[in-house]
Ligand binder design. Structure first.
Ligand code: UDP
Length: 235
């Protein structure tokens, strides 16, 4: 395996499958199997999960809700997704711990870095819920932050497209994919990989990001074993 410790970022929307809202049990089970395949290889896996399939603070604010209130709802949504993923992984015999950035002690451990590291060393999958614990941030920022904190080798951003293109491949058939691109070129070309806060944090800490198609069976294992799929962003 090329990477020993990974931070996998999954968006909340990815859990919807073909639905418009919520969690698709089939998709959840598929993801659990993908994750198990890399855990079985001895890779240490931490996961940050989004909440967009349930609630986004920005969406609440655009309907007149106080933004901070909405962001609190979004953060709780990520905990719900974390619980769902935890359950699916444990159904597959994978040991897990859910750590939340907001205290919710009856359902998840609080985020404690040293404890998270210990779990990883013991081969448990650590799911980080609650984002960064602060409004006005995203779970992409949480993913980069946690990845740096736990010294992950790489951030794997699992999406429904197979990498970074010079234009939106779902709209422009001529769009071409990068196998590899530098942080600077992503910024220069105005490409969207993560929000700016998250992206800059990754760049400043020289933490590579690989964007890949998480919905294709076997892809996660391929990426972790160093196969050149998706797009890698580094210095
Ligand atoms: N959120 C937040 N602080 C964080 C992370 C998330 O307030 O550190 C809230 C925010 O409202 C966000 C929602 O949680 O819209 C869900 O997270 P995100 O939009 O990143 O989920 P994804 O797009 O990955 O599904």
């Amino acid at each position: 395996m090329q990477y020993k410790r990974i931070l996998l970022k999954l968006s909340g929307e990815a859990l919807m499958g073909d639905r418009q809202y919520g969690i698709d049990p089939k998709r959840l089970a598929e993801y659990a199997e993908e994750i198990k395949s890399v855990v079985d290889k001895g890779v240490e896996v931490a996961i940050v999960i989004g909440g967009g399939n349930i609630f986004r603070g920005v969406a609440g604010a655009s309907n007149g809700m106080d933004r901070v209130q909405g962001d609190h709802m979004g953060m709780l949504a990520t905990v719900i997704n974390g619980l769902a993923l935890q359950s699916a992984l444990e159904d597959n015999g994978v040991q897990t711990r859910l750590q939340s950035a907001i205290k919710i002690n009856e359902v998840a451990e609080p985020f404690i870095r040293r404890r998270a590291l210990r779990h990883l060393e013991k081969g448990r999958v650590v799911i980080f819920g609650g984002g960064t614990g602060n409004p006005y941030f995203t779970t992409d920022s949480a993913a980069v932050l946690r990845a740096i904190e736990i010294n992950a080798d790489v951030i794997l951003k699992g999406t429904r497209v197979d990498g970074i293109y010079n234009d939106d491949p779902e709209k422009n058939k001529e769009a071409t994919k990068f196998d590899h691109i530098s942080f600077d070129d992503v910024l220069k070309q105005g490409l969207k990989v993560m929000d700016t806060t998250a992206f800059t944090l990754s760049q400043e800490n020289e933490l590579p990001i690989i964007v890949f198609d998480m919905n294709k069976t076997g892809n996660l294992l391929k990426v972790v074993s160093g196969e050149r799929i998706g797009t890698k962003v580094n210095l």
